[in-house]
Ligand binder design. Structure first.
Ligand SMILES: [Fe+2]
Ligand SMILES: [Fe+2]
Length: 330
């Protein structure tokens, strides 16, 4: 990079993308002043209600002693917060790289503003985990591999598609879930602020890609959709199954409950019914998915694309196309 190349940086003039940088300032929050870190995080408190945790809504789980339910829920929360804290550092790396790779002023500004947000999110999660006072479970191999793939990405459009569009849209439902179920006020406050920031980040991904789609050739659009839409359709229908059941049973066992393994078939059977109910809510639009909405807003669900990919009759494509309204970065 030479000074000459920075002398007259082009701005795309995209109003939405330019406004993301302004909003990063007007909607800014201070990690020390705006959050009350003196709020206690009591040992043994589940910190979110039990319904938040996988299998937490099954009758079998509800019948467990309270201390077991607390333990299982808290360990599940710790595991997710640990994934989130490292995910924030990954996002910070991606944004730092993007700031160097993107050549338009407004794109660079959005990336730099996001890098600062991600640094603050990382700090917030790490501080909260410290207050929990226990070593969280390690992150799983699948998530670690996904983060490694993202970190190895060099093409800026793919980086934005992976981080801001795919991962942050997916994570929005996770943030909202923790926020809505949090019983600890500090956790709820942190998640409220973070969700507001993340909505801007997701907004950048959607606006950037929607803009690119307008300029791209039909072949490029279809190739791009091919690399993301099948993954999106899989992700939004992915629900707690045998793998997650093994984790829950292990935690029930750690909590000292006798014969934890014997609970697995009932947990799975009851969860399957809940999964079907959740799927029906998704299809009816009563429990929407940010990921699907982002896919639609980028233009991945346009007829030319869904026809080319052979998913025009997919019930989720119908459901997403029925929901109204453009993305609204906070
Ligand atoms: Fe973040
Ligand atoms: Fe983010």
């Amino acid at each position: 990079m030479k000074c000459r190349e920075l002398m007259h940086l082009d701005n795309t003039g995209h109003q939405g993308i330019n406004s993301i940088f302004s909003k990063a300032h007007s909607a800014d929050w201070d990690i020390d002043r705006d959050v009350d870190w003196s709020t206690p995080v009591e040992p043994g408190d589940s910190l979110v209600d039990h319904e938040w945790t996988a299998f937490g809504r099954t009758q079998t789980f509800k019948a467990l002693p309270e201390n077991v339910r607390h333990y299982v829920t808290r360990r599940g929360l710790g595991r997710v917060l640990n994934i989130l804290q490292v995910g924030e550092s990954v996002a910070q790396d991606i944004c730092a790289k993007l700031a160097l790779k993107l050549r338009h002023e407004d794109h660079r500004n959005a990336a730099v503003a996001q890098a600062m947000d991600e640094a603050r999110h990382h700090l917030a999660y790490v501080r909260f985990i410290e207050k929990m006072g226990e070593e969280p479970e390690d992150i799983d191999a699948f998530t670690e591999d996904m983060f490694d793939q993202l970190l190895a990405t060099e093409d800026p459009r793919r980086m934005i598609a992976f981080e801001q569009f795919f991962l942050e849209s997916m994570a929005m439902n996770i943030f909202e879930g923790i926020h809505d179920h949090a019983t600890n006020p500090l956790l709820r406050d942190i998640l409220r602020f973070i969700t507001r920031d993340e909505s801007r980040h997701m907004g950048f991904g959607v606006l950037y890609l929607a803009d690119w789609m307008k300029e791209a050739s039909p072949e490029e659009r279809i190739a791009f959709a091919q690399s993301w839409l099948p993954r999106i359709l899989f992700t939004v229908t992915d629900r707690p199954g045998p793998l997650m059941a093994r984790q829950i049973v292990r935690r029930i066992d750690e909590a000292g409950h006798p014969d934890a393994a014997k609970l697995a078939p009932a947990l799975l059977r009851e969860q399957q019914e809940l999964n079907e109910q959740d799927h029906a809510l998704l299809l009816s639009g009563q429990k929407p998915s940010h990921l699907l909405k982002s896919a639609r807003n980028v233009g991945l669900l346009a007829p030319e694309i869904t026809d080319a990919l052979g998913v025009s009759d997919h019930p989720l494509v119908h459901a997403a196309n029925q929901t109204e309204g453009p993305p609204a970065p906070a």
